[in-house]
Design a protein around this ligand. Structure first.
Ligand SMILES: [Zn+2]
Length: 329
């Protein structure tokens, strides 16, 4: 049911695109016909040439007749394009501009789902997941390195490098080539902010991103697993399918057999499929290994590991706020 709804919504959006492309084409045509009357006449010729194709097919030498009609069409089309450019319009101004040129916004090519439909299904699925986790996006521009300025020089440079690495990762994101990132460090050091900034850029590029805390995701999977109305396969499939999965607060979820096996499935399947993940944790490597064992984590540790330093930014911010309030009294 869940999956069907997502599919229906994706199809609806693609149909809407097609309709809007066609409506815009009609509007452009009306405008041009009114401005340049000879284009209306050419259009009429083009349409009647199409009709005569059917007559040509019934003639004594259909191939020659069809070739002749085709030539007439091409000439009228070339003339139309010439007139458009002569009036300062692009030559393809009266063509229908579909978003996807593979399927002309029908969602299917050769009877199979087009890439654009698959992408849209991923996007709708991710939106639904993110709506539940109340994803509020942070951006790279709202991230300030000044909260790290009181760190020893080497650690400050490390944070600067992490910021640049995250920016580069987001800008160059490619679901088939980007690697995994493991962010380690105490609460309030900017791990969530930077991973949401990555999500922001990657979503704008049109990829599907699912962001949630490990606890909340596992809770949902577990509820679905033990309820009669099982969506578990759908949720899991979406977690496995999305272009980028961001797992926040890893290690704070309840440690159960169910969560272990889910985490194992998730990590293993995504890593085997070469699909990128960003995993954030407040625990250090040893505590993580103690909780999940090296079998589950060994491959995660081959990710790019970013060690965060600093003092809790939320606390620094509220301290600053208090100081400002006192100063203004
Ligand atoms: Zn398409």
């Amino acid at each position: 049911m869940y999956r069907e709804k997502i599919y229906d919504e994706a199809i609806r959006r693609i149909k809407e695109r097609r309709l809007s492309a066609q409506t815009q084409q009609e509007q452009r045509t009306d405008l041009i016909h009114a401005q340049i009357p000879e284009t209306a006449e050419l259009d009429r010729q083009l349409r009647s040439a199409c009709m005569s194709v059917m007559r040509a097919a019934r003639s004594s030498d259909p191939q020659a007749a069809i070739r002749q009609v085709e030539q007439q069409c091409n000439e009228a089309d070339a003339m139309l394009r010439q007139i458009l450019t002569a009036h300062g319009y692009p030559a393809d101004y009266l063509d229908t501009h579909y978003t996807c040129t593979l399927c002309d916004d029908t969602g299917f090519t050769g009877g199979k789902p087009c890439e654009c439909l698959k992408r849209e299904i991923g996007r709708v699925g991710a939106e639904q997941m993110n709506a539940r986790s109340q994803l509020s996006l942070c951006t790279f521009d709202s991230f300030s390195l000044r909260y790290y300025s009181n760190l020893p020089a080497e650690q400050y440079r490390m944070m600067e490098r992490i910021y640049q690495q995250c920016r580069k990762y987001a800008e160059e994101f490619d679901p088939a080539r980007s690697g995994n990132i493991l962010m380690i460090g105490n609460t309030g050091l900017g791990k969530t902010h930077l991973s949401l900034s990555i999500a922001d850029v990657v979503l704008q590029k049109g990829f599907s991103v699912i962001y949630d805390s490990a606890g909340s995701l596992l809770h949902q999977l577990e509820q679905e697993h033990f309820s009669k109305r099982s969506n578990e396969e759908d949720t899991l499939a979406m977690l496995l399918d999305c272009d980028l999965l961001i797992l926040d607060d890893f290690g704070t979820e309840f440690d159960t057999n169910f969560s272990r096996s889910m985490i194992y499935t998730l990590f293993n399947s995504r890593i085997n499929a070469g699909k990128p993940m960003i995993v954030n944790t407040n625990l250090d490597k040893n505590s993580l290994q103690g909780q999940y064992g090296s079998r589950i984590l060994s491959r995660l540790f081959s990710a790019c590991i970013m060690q965060f330093y600093g003092r809790d930014i939320r606390m620094q911010k509220s301290l600053l706020q208090n100081q400002n309030q006192e100063a203004s009294l």
